[in-house]
Design a protein around this ligand. Structure first.
Ligand SMILES: Cc1cc2nc3c(=O)[nH]c(=O)nc-3n(C[C@H](O)[C@H](O)[C@H](O)COP(=O)(O)OP(=O)(O)OC[C@H]3O[C@@H](n4cnc5c(N)ncnc54)[C@H](O)[C@@H]3O)c2cc1C
Length: 462
């Protein structure tokens, strides 16, 4: 059996970023994921904002890695085609107490190295977002806040890792750990994996895996965030991300455009016991509708396209928990709650520097180019609009999902890519198929057939 230099547990944004970084060295690496696809945990259901880190707690590891990750992911998005729209954000104060907080928030942003925030009047706010509900007293701009696609980001990082030689082991849930003096054997559902070092990036499962290594230091509390997605007709109402003034209990409910051309309202923040509770709740959705009515009354006249929920891996400390245990040759990457999309690449860089005293993490020469990802962003050209692409390959002119204008060429490409979808939901995340107004009412049956035919012939991993 192969003994890898490093096994990374968890194929979410963070694990994929770490595997990609390690894959760029001379080390042999396995990315070990419980599910049948990468990016199928928390990383598939967030608000997809590329945060500047203006409101992070200064001096924390999270503040440093979010700021660094913002730059790294911005650059990586250019290289790979991950869609990013530089919409900027407007933070709105709705009462005197919030208004009084704004200067301190700007100072906090500056302490975090972000110098672009400006305090603005109520008149400025309504000039920027004319449909905002009445009662805004003032605000602060955060011009760097941006929107992106979490699905493409996770897939790009994992694809890059595979292209760099990382072995992707899907369907491998780590159930037990057996340590010997030279290596660690991970007992997994899909077969055992042996490695000299292990990185735990298991998100909601990070505390469980940590206990398998003999630690008893933290517990993950799933903090559910529920969201509404409104129809594309609502997009002109929301030219930028509209944020509330953050409070001790979190970032609060925002309204934001999405890169797919929709509008998002959410998320809630509710601590649960159940780590699988990714469904929405009537109470959560009612709460959001009340918030939306006050924030942007006209939004509620628009159709709702979908609702969804994600679980943040909250822990009982106000920072990431990243720690190396040299005796066990083990790295914990825990508590990556609400900023991991932005910080993922910087977390990987940080893990690399922590490992550098123990392993040779020097980048090797002649790395493959980063993968060029299919564009899912509405602001950038898509295949159905590209006459030259259609002339060269008519499959890009055959629309299958009419709501989101997804073509047969894109569906075929998803199945011939290095990490093909495992099911219909995986196909959604790679193409946007079935994500539109009808939610698959018209194209669902055809897509299900395609998943059966193409899914049987696609590439894949052990
Ligand atoms: C509602 C919401 C909104 C958010 N908004 C933003 C935002 O706007 N911007 C931002 O930057 N961040 C945001 N986040 C945070 C971001 O989504 C997370 O920080 C990030 O997705 C965490 O990635 P991860 O890889 O740590 O976890 P995950 O994506 O959950 O990946 C962990 C993986 O480990 C696997 N795993 C678990 N246990 C095992 C095991 N025993 N064996 C093998 N594999 C295992 C899981 O199957 C999973 O695939 C938000 C989060 C939520 C919930």
């Amino acid at each position: 059996m192969t003994t890898y230099d490093v096994a990374v547990i968890g194929g979410g944004l963070v694990g994929a970023a770490i595997a990609r970084m390690l894959g760029g060295t001379s080390l042999t690496v396995a990315l070990v994921e419980a599910r049948d696809d990468v990016g199928d945990g928390t990383s598939k259901a967030n608000t997809a904002i590329l945060h500047t880190g203006f409101d992070a707690t200064p001096g924390t590891l999270e503040a440093r890695l979010v700021a660094r990750g913002y730059t790294m992911l911005g650059d990586y998005a250019k290289a790979t085609g991950i869609p990013v729209e530089r919409t900027g954000a407007l933070l709105v104060a709705w009462n005197d107490e919030q208004l009084a907080t704004l200067p301190a928030l700007r100072t906090k942003a500056e302490r975090n190295g972000y110098l672009e925030c400006e305090l603005v009047s109520a008149a400025d706010i309504y000039a920027s977002v004319p449909d905002l509900g009445t009662g805004a007293l003032g605000g602060m701009t955060v011009p760097g806040e941006s929107i992106t696609c979490t699905w493409t980001t996770n897939l790009a990082l994992a694809t890059d890792a595979v292209n760099r030689g990382v072995t992707l082991l899907l369907g491998h849930r780590v159930m037990a750990v057996d340590s010997t003096p030279d290596a660690v054997r991970l007992v997994c559902t899909g077969g055992d994996v042996t490695a000299r070092w292990v990185v735990n990036a298991a998100g909601l499962g990070a505390d469980t895996v940590d206990r398998l290594f003999g630690h008893e230091r933290f517990t993950v509390t799933p903090r559910r965030g529920e969201l509404f997605v409104f129809d594309k007709a609502a997009r002109p109402l929301v030219p930028c991300i509209v944020l509330p003034v953050p409070s001790k209990v979190g970032k609060g409910v925002l309204v934001s455009p999405t890169v797919y051309g929709n509008v998002m309202l959410g998320p809630t923040a509710e601590d649960l016991d159940d780590r699988t509770a990714t469904g929405t709740s009537p109470a959560g959705l009612d709460f959001l509708l009340d918030k939306g009515r006050a924030l942007l009354p006209r939004l509620l006249d628009e159709e709702v396209t979908a609702t969804y929920a994600g679980l943040r891996a909250a822990i009982d400390r106000d920072d990431y928990l990243i720690d190396v245990d040299p005796a066990r040759r083990y790295v914990l990457v825990g508590g990556i709650r609400s900023t991991g999309l932005t910080a993922g690449m910087a977390i990987a860089e940080h893990v690399g520097s922590l490992l550098s005293g123990h392993l040779d993490v020097t980048p090797r020469d002649e790395l493959p180019d980063p993968p060029r990802m299919p564009n899912l962003g509405e602001a950038f050209p898509r295949p159905y609009q590209d006459a030259a692409a259609i002339a060269a390959d008519p499959e890009y002119g055959r629309v299958v999902c009419f709501c989101e204008r997804v073509t047969m060429g894109e569906i075929r490409d998803a199945y011939t890519s290095p990490i093909p979808p495992a099911d219909l939901n995986g196909l959604r995340r790679r193409t946007r198929a079935m994500n539109g107004r009808c939610q698959g009412f018209y194209c669902g049956a055809q897509l299900r057939d395609l998943v059966e035919t193409l899914g049987g012939t696609g590439g894949g991993h052990e």
